[in-house]
Design a protein around this ligand. Structure first.
Ligand SMILES: *[C@@H]1O[C@H](CO)[C@@H](O)[C@H](O)[C@H]1NC(C)=O
Ligand SMILES: *[C@@H]1O[C@H](CO)[C@@H](O)[C@H](O)[C@H]1NC(C)=O
Ligand SMILES: *[C@@H]1O[C@H](CO)[C@@H](O)[C@H](O)[C@H]1NC(C)=O
Ligand SMILES: *[C@@H]1O[C@H](CO)[C@@H](O)[C@H](O)[C@H]1NC(C)=O
Ligand SMILES: *[C@@H]1O[C@H](CO)[C@@H](O)[C@H](O)[C@H]1NC(C)=O
Length: 559
């Protein structure tokens, strides 16, 4: 057998015949998690093994073809079964991993339909033997508790070539799903404010009462990973208060995962209430804290679920992000492959761009750089930024919401579909931050935007004003995309799938261009809190702009 070493693998000197899969993964424990001691050797931990897939390059090509309106393969999506035949790990890979696990007595495993993940329950002492270097400890934050290793793990050379990474060892859940400080951000806003409601959004984006879903098989979803839940009674009350004037649903069709008994969260309520207001009368699913075991990474868990259900909603909106620099390249590459798997099935993935503007990472010796967020920075998702009304008391044109996440990836190269748009921005914009703060050759985001400021939300039966963040704009845009899918289905056309290649070909037609305002960044002398600024056409603050529904529908209703 060959002892191949994967690209991101470094031979581990401490363990002969072992290799690190994620040598670049940040393993420091975030300061808000409290150490609660070493886990007993007999306690069970659940690990997720990401098996090496086949034909990932072919998958990438197929995604490009089915998403490019100028390709004769446009819209010719694959079923999950077809995706399986493409990416399923080789027999050698599957056998090597099973043999390795079985030889350690690990047999309690679940796979997914695409066969490229294996999730296994085992005592901690077994996990520590399988993964030399790892040492499992318990950490708590509030009433949440999980098991992680603060030291890097290796795997035996015989299996390192068959694995992308092992989940459930590192990576703590981010503090808030997006950004760090959005909830109730403007509770102190001065004076009277009507705030954003479904009626305000529908008016601004030119949705008439007739613009609701009616196609039989249309569906949309929100995914949530915090220990907080939407409450069906909140949704019903929200629709009673704010759902006048357009046909809508007031109940979620399907909840996948565990709905806890605890309090409803503002963020959870927001997603559901607003996707069901713009994507009105469309069947809606909620993915919430999926997974059977406490030690899991809920985001990864959700990715597995998508590969285990053959018929899932066409549009997913997710307000979740982590600092790109805290994640291993192996992990992000694999998550990208999962996004490609969704894209070739005709599924649209919309991620919030984050609520920290360009972000800020403090390096050594007082040097700062911007801090991109992942998956917002993935080239294989559509990323949604945020805006506010120019005159907050009126339905006027939109300007940058200073929190709107945006910038350039330090990991992923700029995808072809955006090269000309981004280069025009870099050449044409009046001023740019110092080049040392960002990487102008990386994937630039966001792609689009919507209002993100001063929303009304009903949570725990109470209407709450001044809720803001790109977690609001994302479900709003998602619902609008679902309405367009709906009209396409009625015409017998396929779903929009991965939108970006087609979106960038529109060159901003059918969107309201946002040209005013800058977002926030590092509070240092050099940039003084200012990141990038909006400009005519695409920019890394609000993307191409916000939806003008009738125009966007027209532009996306052919082919
Ligand atoms: C995938 O679905 C099958 C069938 O429902 C189930 O038995 C299996 O446990 C699921 N896999 C995971 C990883 O949850
Ligand atoms: C849409 O809204 C904009 C601004 O609110 C308005 O100028 C425009 O006429 C509306 N209608 C269409 C079809 O674009
Ligand atoms: C709402 O959707 C259903 C299909 O799910 C459809 O039969 C009905 O006509 C829609 N209502 C409106 C007002 O379009
Ligand atoms: C809806 O989906 C079901 C099952 O996937 C299928 O049998 C049916 O033909 C679909 N209906 C339409 C209108 O596409
Ligand atoms: C900039 O991005 C490219 C890929 O897009 C990457 O190879 C390079 O390492 C990045 N530079 C920094 C300083 O992160």
């Amino acid at each position: 057998m060959q002892f191949l070493v994967a690209i991101f693998t470094v031979i581990c000197s401490g363990f002969a015949h072992a290799a690190y899969l994620e040598a670049d993964q940040d393993t420091t424990v975030p300061e808000d998690w409290v150490h609660a001691g070493r886990v007993s050797p007999v306690e069970e931990v659940e690990l997720t093994f990401a098996l090496k897939q086949q034909n990932v390059e072919r998958l990438r090509e197929l995604l490009q073809q089915v998403s490019d309106p100028d390709s004769d393969q446009y819209g010719k999506y694959l079923t999950l079964e077809e995706v399986t035949s493409l990416v399923r790990p080789s027999d050698l890979t599957q056998k090597a991993i099973l043999l390795w696990l079985n030889s350690h007595g690990v047999t309690n495993c679940h796979t997914v339909l695409t066969q490229d993940f294996l999730q296994c329950l085992m005592p901690v002492q077994v996990a520590e033997m399988l993964l030399p270097g790892s040492e499992f400890h318990r950490y708590t934050r509030g009433d949440r508790s999980l098991i992680r290793s603060a030291s890097p793990y290796a795997v035996h050379n015989d299996v390192s070539q068959h694995l992308d990474f092992v989940g459930g060892v590192h990576r703590f859940p981010p503090k808030s799903e997006v950004g760090k400080s959005w909830s109730g951000r403007r509770q102190t806003s001065p004076g009277f404010h009507l705030g954003v409601t479904p009626a305000v959004l529908r008016s601004r984006y030119n949705l008439t009462a007739a613009d609701v879903g009616s196609a039989a098989n249309n569906s949309q979803a929100v995914a949530q990973f915090l220990e907080q839940f939407y409450h069906p009674a909140d949704l019903a009350e929200f629709m009673t208060m704010f759902g006048g004037g357009f046909k809508h649903l007031s109940v979620v069709d399907k909840v996948v995962g565990k709905q806890g008994g605890g309090k409803a969260g503002i963020e959870a309520s927001l997603d559901v209430e607003y996707i069901m207001s713009s994507g009105a009368n469309i069947s809606t699913w909620v993915f919430t804290n999926p997974g059977r075991h406490e030690s899991q990474e809920p985001f990864l868990q959700w990715m597995l679920l998508l590969s285990n259900i053959s018929s899932i909603p066409w549009v997913h909106t997710i307000s979740y992000g982590d600092d790109e620099d805290s994640l291993s390249a192996a992990y992000m590459d694999r998550i990208n492959a999962e996004f490609m798997k969704a894209g070739v099935r005709g599924i649209s993935m919309l991620f919030a761009s984050g609520d920290s503007g360009a972000g800020c990472r403090h390096m050594d010796r007082g040097v700062n750089v911007f801090r991109p967020s992942f998956p917002a920075s993935s080239p294989y998702v559509t990323t949604v930024g945020g805006t506010s009304f120019k005159n907050p008391y009126k339905i006027t044109y939109e300007v940058t919401d200073y929190i709107s996440g945006g910038g350039f990836s330090n990991v992923f190269a700029m995808p072809d579909y955006q090269v000309s748009a981004v280069n025009s921005y870099l050449k044409g914009v009046q001023s740019l931050p110092p080049v040392s703060y960002y990487n102008a050759s990386g994937r630039a985001y966001p792609d689009i935007a919507a209002l993100s400021d001063n929303y009304w939300v009903v949570s725990n039966r109470v209407p709450i004003p001044w809720v803001s963040g790109t977690s609001a704009s994302t479900p709003v845009f998602g619902g609008i995309l679902s309405l367009i899918n709906d009209q396409r289905f009625l015409k017998g056309l396929p779903s929009l799938g991965f939108l970006n290649p087609r979106l960038y070909k529109l060159q901003g037609r059918a969107l309201f261009d946002v040209t005013e305002g800058c977002h926030l960044s590092c509070l240092d002398e050099k940039v003084q809190g200012k990141g990038f600024c909006a400009s005519p056409s695409w920019d890394p603050v609000t993307g191409w702009g916000t939806p003008n529904y009738p125009a966007l529908l027209k532009a996306l209703l052919e082919k």
